[in-house]
Design a protein around this ligand. Structure first.
Ligand SMILES: *Cc1c(COP(=O)(O)O)cnc(C)c1O
Length: 453
């Protein structure tokens, strides 16, 4: 049976239920599954014929053994994955996988929707009531709020910086109502984050059963391995071992760790390209073996990837036999040679990102947004340096819908990206949100008043 250990190795292993409910391990490490169960040859052979939700359930089953029955898992996946995952041909054997068709139009829906349903089941079974507290600079808050909207036994409170989220991003969170509340903080994202962190460590608030649902939760990682298997099975003969290339635009490296789980389960992949924006701490780490974070992180147009110290890096190091704590200190080196064989890391600046959006539109009439363009540009860089790979099937991940970045894209392509159905109607929906100074005493008072049990 799969158990979950901490990358800091300081606490006993737990099952999936505890890993989901706790989020972070007690020693501040991140949970990792052991063993990473191999994809059976039967599953590899059948994968291409399985609809997405069924494939998801089969891949996730070993990780949920003893916690969710196959029937429950089938239900969770059928309910979570009710939208398409288009594989769009760009040129030759090169594709874009659009992970932007979920209700909040970013790939974070894949993880958040699984997590919402899984946690919902657990709290109902255990008769608990959770308050999910989350700070957001945009995409995470809307994906989490949307995924937990209407889930019984769970309330959600999202804090966002009043001037740092776009109108569309704000409306995705503030128009849900029901069990989802939002507060606009007069401050920056860092202030929101600090308020949330302080609440989590405040002994006066333990009675509220706070939970975070943030990106380090293993419940957000596991489901992100599924679309790699899905795409490869549709575009290559994986049952015979035909290998593909993936390019993953990366910030906190949760998306890419999903790919790594699939790869270490036996999905035939010749190389993962991880493309960052100007926050190039991981490409430099791969090159030199030495790690230093970037603080403060650099501001780029692919704003969901403005991360100067990716929390999931500790998981990657762990997977390659090393040890890194939450601060980024390496106490045991990873097998860098093997990591470099599996991963090609590259940093793409804003100029190249914009140029890529323009070129891909002009040459292929395929519309990319800044994050996906970073991924595509990374793939092009890799193929330039590895021309013998140019016939291989390559899949670049598009992590958000272009309509989330209409201004940038209009300037570059002269077109207004079409609004996906998920974003239609949002302009006129009624918003509800509180406002607050970035003041912990006021925040605590609000929590105690509104969420007292
Ligand atoms: C969060 C996000 C990313 C980065 O994903 P990580 O898992 O943090 O590497 C990329 N693109 C978009 C649109 C995102 O919202």
């Amino acid at each position: 049976m799969v158990e979950y250990y901490s990358t800091n190795q300081g606490v006993p292993t737990v099952d999936l239920a505890d890993a989901l409910l706790k989020g972070q391990a007690g020693d501040r490490g991140l949970f990792m599954p052991r063993p990473i169960t191999p994809l059976s040859s039967k599953l590899l052979a059948r994968a291409r014929d399985l609809p997405y939700p069924e494939l998801a359930s089969q891949i996730l089953a070993p990780y949920a053994e003893g916690v969710f029955s196959r029937e429950t898992l089938d239900d969770i996946c059928a309910d979570a994955y009710d939208y398409p995952v288009p594989l769009e041909k760009v040129d030759g054997e090169r594709y874009v996988m659009r992970l932007d068709q979920g209700p909040t139009a970013s790939f974070k829906d894949f993880a958040a929707r699984f997590m919402g349903r899984a946690l919902g089941r657990l709290v109902r079974e255990r008769g608990r009531e959770l308050l999910i507290l989350t700070a957001t600079s945009g995409d995470t808050g809307s994906a989490v709020a949307n995924a937990f909207s209407g889930v019984e036994g769970i309330k959600v409170l999202v804090l966002f910086p009043i001037d740092e989220v776009s109108n569309r991003q704000r409306k995705q969170m503030t128009t849900l109502g029901g069990n989802v509340a939002t507060i606009a903080v007069d401050g920056k994202f860092d202030h929101c984050q600090a308020l949330v962190k302080q609440a989590f460590s405040d002994p006066d608030l333990t009675g509220l059963d706070l939970s975070s649902a943030n990106s380090i939760n293993i419940g957000r990682l596991l489901p992100q391995s599924v679309y790699y298997v899905y795409a490869a099975s549709r575009l290559a003969d994986i049952a015979r071992g035909e290998k593909v290339i993936f390019s993953v635009p990366s910030g906190n490296f949760g998306d890419m760790m999903g790919g790594m789980l699939a790869f270490h389960s036996g999905l035939p992949v010749s190389r993962f390209i991880i493309s960052t924006n100007a926050n190039d701490e991981v490409p430099r780490f791969l090159e030199t073996g030495a790690y230093s974070k970037i603080d403060p992180s650099r501001t780029c147009i692919s704003n969901a990837m403005n991360v100067g110290h990716p929390s999931n890096l500790a998981r990657l190091v762990d997977l390659y036999g090393g040890r890194m704590n939450e601060k980024g200190d390496l106490s045991e080196p990873a097998d860098m040679e093997r990591m470099r064989r599996d991963i090609f890391a590259v940093s793409i600046d804003d100029d190249e990102t914009r140029r890529t959006i323009g070129e891909v539109w002009n040459k292929h009439e395929v519309m990319l947004e800044p994050h996906g363009a970073v991924g595509w540009a990374g793939l092009m860089r890799y193929l330039e340096q590895n021309p013998h790979m140019s016939d291989r099937t390559a899949i670049s991940l598009e992590t958000a819908h272009p309509a989330k970045f209409p201004e940038e894209i209009k300037v570059i392509t002269g077109r207004d990206p079409e609004l996906p159905p998920s974003l239609e109607g949002i302009e006129s929906a009624v918003e509800h949100y509180g406002r607050m100074e970035a003041d912990y005493a006021a925040f605590k008072d609000h929590l105690q008043r509104e969420y007292k049990k």
